[in-house]
Design a binder for this molecule. Structure first.
Ligand code: AFP
Length: 303
């Protein structure tokens, strides 16, 4: 529902607890200095691999440092778990929030100027804990326009930057809900390595349900399509990678919180991602998010 009145993120966040509102506005305020770095850090990789042994894009590494620094400066974050940090950053014991961070999701899209983004989970409790403990979660999408989708107990809202020509975020969609009927499907990984039941289910969604393939290679971009048009995004279990690729804590849980508060469902193939107690903060999970009826049908096909 697109609101008539121009409401800023700062004004709209007044419905939240003041400390949470302050942190969320601060996360929004990071965007302009962050994006100013994009044009001259599009290429280049760090010469040291990250904790997973993966090559790290120059911008990935810089963005992690920049975002962590800004989070600490709010005085509201006591601990940060990041995909790009060897170990959690413990800073201010008395601060109220613990944050999980995927600083740049979709790093392979940077050099090709395709969508990528930032995924944030906000807790009061320390990890490990289940996703149900999230106080809020959000993703920023650096696309043709820059948006933030935020989920709190008040619902899911989308904000867009520069809507009034100013570098602040303005409310775009209030109380977002997935459309009743799903229209799009995105699926990651090598489809020739899909377990038979997942391959058949995917084929049925395309052939019978006529879902249209929409895949951009960045979870944030593919997720945003499902949020707006309904359907399914998955990075499933693969025969040679039973845990799939995406990381439960940094990607699955924050986005699972958003899709479920928007009336959809998240799953690892058996249960909601928000019901899983992460064994290892860096652990991966098979990931299915989208319309409830589609995800439940997938769980049934896998049972
Ligand atoms: P990068 O951050 O390395 O580009 O990975 C992006 C991602 O984690 C997620 O955003 C995508 O959905 C998924 O990987 C794409 O994986 P494939 O490159 O295997 O399709």
């Amino acid at each position: 529902m697109i609101p008539e009145k121009q409401v800023s993120l700062q004004e709209h966040a007044r419905e939240l607890e003041p400390e949470l509102a302050k942190l969320i506005v601060a996360i929004g305020d990071m965007t302009v200095p962050l994006q100013n770095e994009f044009p001259h850090r599009l290429m280049g990789v760090k010469n040291a691999p990250n904790k997973y042994g993966e090559v790290v894009a120059e911008l990935d590494s810089w963005a992690n440092g920049f975002i962590c620094d800004r989070l600490i400066k709010t005085g509201l974050v006591r601990k940060i778990y990041s995909e790009e940090l060897e170990s959690p950053l413990l800073y201010n014991e008395s601060a109220p929030f613990v944050v999980t961070l995927d600083p740049l999701d979709g790093s392979s899209n940077i050099a090709s100027n395709n969508p990528f983004g930032t995924i944030v989970g906000i807790y009061r409790k320390d990890l490990p804990c289940k996703g149900r403990e999230l106080v809020a979660s959000l993703f920023k999408l650096y696309g043709p326009v820059t948006t933030i989708v935020l989920a709190t107990k008040k619902g899911v809202h989308e904000y867009v930057k520069h809507r009034t020509g100013q570098a602040n975020y303005m409310l775009l969609h209030e109380s977002m809900k997935l459309p009743e009927k799903g229209k799009v499907i995105g699926f990651g990984g090598d489809i020739t390595d899909y377990p038979e039941q997942i391959y058949k289910f995917t084929k049925s969604l395309v052939k019978e349900k006529k879902l249209k393939l929409r895949y951009c290679g960045a979870f944030v971009g593919d997720f945003s399509q499902v949020l707006h048009y309904g359907g399914l995004f998955m990075y499933p279990m693969l025969l040679n990678k039973p845990e799939g690729k995406l990381r439960l804590t940094y990607e699955g849980i924050p986005m699972g919180n958003i899709v479920e508060r928007a009336g959809g469902k998240s799953s690892n193939g058996k249960c909601s991602l928000l019901e899983i107690m992460p064994k290892d903060v860096d652990g991966r999970t098979p990931l299915y998010v989208g319309n409830r009826e589609i995800v439940e049908a997938l769980e049934k096909a896998l049972a």
